[in-house]
Write a protein that binds this ligand. Structure first.
Ligand SMILES: NC(=O)c1ccc[n+]([C@@H]2O[C@H](COP(=O)([O-])OP(=O)(O)OC[C@H]3O[C@@H](n4cnc5c(N)ncnc54)[C@H](OP(=O)(O)O)[C@@H]3O)[C@@H](O)[C@H]2O)c1
Length: 307
């Protein structure tokens, strides 16, 4: 528990900043449920794997390699199926989707948790800026390949970030998805997290009337391996300050666990959450035209890189 959590109250959901993944799933029997989770081997993803498994869910645990996924599953126990899913390689994402479909189990939730942050220099894959490609396009291909496998009331949970507020002033830079016309580690991270949020919003619209839902979230600020690309001084400062001002992994994993399994979220869709309560995203995060355009552009990119 962080020091800050002692001063922050709970919201209308009955949970808040200091609620943990264990708190929000307390008393829930998730046996019989199947949940696909990306980024299962580190940070809040590993805590999500541990807690959903502890409550009885069968977690299909995805990491860049099956060895990493297997090691995480061995560490936490519970009913798991480790799978490889390298989000920056469309062939790996497609292979993962095929493997999930072949398991023949409807997915009660897909938690798109994996991500990279603030790469100091421009990196590209398949001609696109790497944070956008990994955090958004990789998940776009994965989720859209699995929509038929999503249970009738299945939930898609997109782990965005408050950093979506730091996206470029125009929002998604549709004329600069390669990053070659300008790159900033944080603005491009913000763009990728805005894309996660807009994807959830647009998916929610497309799923309207089906019982399937899509929501996005900011997990809080948590000291995890996500800081691996930050400069060493900032990393040391974060590890010193972490117990005082940052969320613990349990607190950080709470909102995505809440959205994935809590009964009070049944039927809720197209919303953005923070600290287990509905929250207000940036104006770009509420821009329906931008969400629609992003979907169309993402479909074209997905077709191009999987051809
Ligand atoms: N920590 C925070 O303060 C914070 C705040 C807001 C939002 N978030 C979001 O929370 C999510 C989880 O982050 P975290 O803090 O738990 O970070 P983390 O400890 O670095 O975990 C990130 C996970 O994503 C995986 N990943 C990275 N690149 C991948 C790729 N190309 N293909 C497949 N998996 C990949 C990592 O695998 P490897 O270990 O193999 O690299 C790891 O399992 C991210 O989406 C992040 O943007 C975090």
């Amino acid at each position: 528990m962080s020091l800050v959590s002692m001063f922050k109250g709970k919201g209308p959901s009955g949970f808040g900043y200091g609620s943990t993944a264990e708190d929000v799933t307390e008393g829930l029997d998730l046996s019989g449920r199947t949940i696909l989770l990306t980024g299962c081997n580190s940070g809040i993803g590993k805590e999500t794997l541990r807690v959903l498994g502890k409550r009885g869910a069968h977690v299909i645990a995805a990491a860049r390699t099956v060895e990493k996924a297997q090691a995480a599953c061995d560490d936490v126990g519970g009913q798991t199926t480790p799978v490889a899913c390298e989000l920056s390689e469309p062939a790996s994402v497609q292979a993962c989707a095929r493997q999930v479909i072949e398991l023949g189990r409807p997915l009660d939730a897909i938690v798109c948790n994996a991500g990279i942050m603030a790469l100091p220099k421009l990196n590209q894959k398949h001609g696109y800026e790497l944070q956008f490609f990994t955090n958004h396009i990789g998940h776009f291909i994965l989720v859209t390949s699995l929509l038929d496998t999503l249970a009738d009331n299945g939930r898609v949970v997109m782990v965005s970030s408050g950093a979506h507020n730091g996206a470029p002033p125009e929002g998604i830079q549709f004329d600069n998805l390669s990053g070659e016309r300008g790159y900033s580690p944080w603005a491009n991270y913000g763009q990728s997290k805005l894309a996660n949020l807009l994807f959830a919003n647009q998916l929610s619209k497309r799923l309207a009337g089906t019982g399937k839902t899509a929501n996005s979230l900011h997990p809080g600020v948590i000291h995890t391996n996500l800081t691996r690309s930050m400069n060493p001084i900032a990393r040391v400062a974060m590890s010193i300050g972490a117990p005082l001002v940052l969320k613990s992994a349990g607190e950080g994993a709470a909102t995505q666990c809440y959205l994935a399994v809590h009964p009070s979220i049944e039927g809720v869709s197209g919303k953005y959450f923070a600290d287990c309560n509905e929250s207000r995203s940036s104006s770009h995060g509420r821009d329906e035209a931008m969400a629609e355009r992003l979907w169309e552009v993402s479909e074209k990119i997905a077709a191009e890189v999987t051809a």
